[in-house]
Write a protein that binds this ligand. Structure first.
Ligand code: DCP
Ligand code: CA
Length: 406
């Protein structure tokens, strides 16, 4: 029996969350990403704004030029995270085979669930209804025998759509679509395929797989299978996180050591907080830097002893930062810090020296105070200077491009 895989993706996610909060924004061109005079890009554009050519990733200044009447909103990442958690909780009610693939999208394996709901289409309609009723958010759903076709079907049905591709018609469904619609084909491959005279997925599907292998390696073989609607990848519920990281892009590229160090300190504290919540200390600390010309480097240190202490994370990152900056004179565009290689705490409990135990306890006390009074209620001298760089609210500083842990 063919599998029934559902892909579900919320429409204009950040914008839709804002529209729930301010219903007067519904039906209007709306952009989340920042005010048009700020450097930065569109994170999410309402479908009304897309009519003017606006899309995610477009510079805000361009968006403003194309659609000056659009409402530009800074956005609030905490709100989107919160909506995402509720969205995933609704999906989890429908199937334990749930694989989130972003804040606002997920795969569900619904094979054999027909009898529970009448049909898979009815199941999908119920999911959409609950998301609309409980969260006020529009979603689009694709149903197919595999992930790739389900995802394309959801995309084709947007906005507020529902599309099932019956088993056996995957190939003919994909055939007329432009190759760029196939997940995994980015701008570069698309151009290369155009060079070969391949414009639609049907043409791709008819090529000998060897040709694609010659041009794209293993990726070409997968591309060929997907173009033919063949995709047997399982829906995989997430395992535990393998790393925790935080990063941010500066409003303006900077060489200022104090700014860089203060930001690194703040990000280290955010990482430390998540790490202590998760309860397993980490062995590795990784620094990430992106320079003005977009060159991105990562540098990693393995700790002698696994840790979840702010100061240890920060000091390790700082050493990496100083070394990196001594080799590079360009201004920095982005800084990030992450930890990985977690260990079970019991393995080293008795080996920790007393000062490490004291520091950890202190960090945990600070976590509790911050939980109650806000993240910026306690700050080290070092991070205070961030007040001049970033706006803050109770949950912490508002970073221009916050990122979730991976
Ligand atoms: N996002 C972002 N920066 C990007 C792309 C996306 O911050 N370059 C954020 C904002 C989006 C959310 O992720 O609202 C989900 O991304 P999608 O690509 O699913 O875009 P939307 O949900 O906004 O629109 P669509 O209706 O096309 O899914
Ligand atoms: Ca979306």
């Amino acid at each position: 029996m063919a599998r029934r895989i559902i892909h579900i993706d919320l429409d204009a996610f950040f914008v839709s969350v804002e529209q729930v909060l301010k219903p007067e924004l519904k039906g209007k061109p709306v952009v989340v990403g920042g005010k048009p005079d700020r450097r930065g890009v569109v994170a999410s554009a309402s479908y009304e704004a897309r009519k003017y050519g606006l899309h995610a990733g477009m510079p805000l200044s361009t968006a403003h030029r194309l659609c000056p009447q659009a409402v530009f909103i800074e956005g609030n990442f905490t709100r989107y995270q919160d909506a995402s958690t509720k969205f995933m909780a609704i999906l989890a009610d429908f199937s334990p085979f749930l694989e989130p693939t972003g804040l606002d999208e997920a795969y569900l394996d619904a094979t054999g669930f027909e009898s529970l709901h009448g049909s898979i289409v009815q199941m999908a309609a119920k999911i959409k209804r609950r998301i609309k009723d409980e969260l006020g958010l529009p979603a689009s759903v694709g149903i197919a025998s595999g992930k790739v076709v389900a995802k394309v079907a959801a995309e084709q049905s947007k906005p507020d759509g529902l599309l099932e591709v019956p088993a056996g018609s995957e190939r003919s469904f994909l055939a007329p679509l432009p190759v760029g619609e196939l997940p995994g084909i980015g701008k570069k491959s698309e151009l290369e395929l155009k060079g070969l005279g391949i414009h639609i997925i049907g043409q791709l599907a008819s090529l000998p797989p060897e040709t694609l292998k010659y041009h794209f390696g293993t990726a070409g073989v997968i591309m060929h299978r997907h173009a033919n609607g063949i995709d047997d990848r399982a829906v995989e519920p997430p395992g535990e996180a393998r790393s925790i990281s935080r990063e941010t892009t500066f409003g303006e590229d900077t060489r200022d050591r104090r700014t860089l160090e203060a930001t690194l300190r703040y990000l280290s504290e955010r990482v430390g907080k998540s790490l202590r919540e998760q309860g397993r200390p980490a062995r590795c600390v990784t620094l990430k830097l992106r320079y003005a010309d977009f060159t991105t480097i990562t540098r990693r240190t393995t700790l002698k002893q696994a840790s979840d202490i702010n100061q240890v994370i920060f000091a390790t990152g700082l050493k990496l930062l100083k070394t990196a900056l001594s080799h590079e004179k360009q201004p920095v565009r982005l800084v990030g810090i992450g930890v990985s290689h977690f260990i079970e705490p019991a393995r080293q409990l008795n080996m920790l020296d007393s000062s490490a135990v004291r520091q950890e306890k202190l960090d945990r006390v600070i976590d509790r105070i911050r939980k109650k009074y806000g993240f910026t209620s306690i700050q080290t001298g070092r991070t205070l200077l961030l007040q001049d760089i970033f706006a803050s609210r109770k949950e912490g500083y508002i970073l221009p491009t916050p990122s979730l842990s991976r």
